[in-house]
Design a protein around this ligand. Structure first.
Ligand code: FES
Length: 103
């Protein structure tokens, strides 16, 4: 059962199966956030067309789906880009992961 932790609030959620909320890829970090009421912006509706869903992975990077070229290209425009940045709408959760939502 994957466990996703969102910082800075330090809230964690475990789940077996999510009810898809219609934004981003099913099972993505954005989908997890929407399922559990975590405030995570997603101005383009989860279509890899903005950078408002930018998160920084603190633990469990290998438990996310690999980054595809479209996500990497889009991320280049993100403020505060790091080597561990992802777009929450593109990163599908496959195991335990901790991410920080930049302030
Ligand atoms: S919500 Fe716009 S890129 Fe993820």
């Amino acid at each position: 059962m994957p466990r996703v932790t969102f910082l800075p609030d330090g809230v964690s959620f475990e789940f077996e199966k999510l009810a898809y909320k219609g934004h981003g890829w099913p099972g993505s970090l954005l989908d997890v956030a929407l399922n559990f009421g975590v405030a995570l912006q997603h101005s383009c509706g989860g279509n890899c067309a903005c950078t408002t869903c930018h998160v920084v992975v603190k633990e469990g990077e290998a438990n996310l789906s690999p980054m595809e070229d479209a996500e990497a290209d889009r991320l280049d425009a993100a403020a505060g880009l790091t080597l561990h940045s992802r777009l929450a709408c593109r990163a599908v959760v496959r195991g335990d992961v901790t991410v920080e939502i930049p302030g």
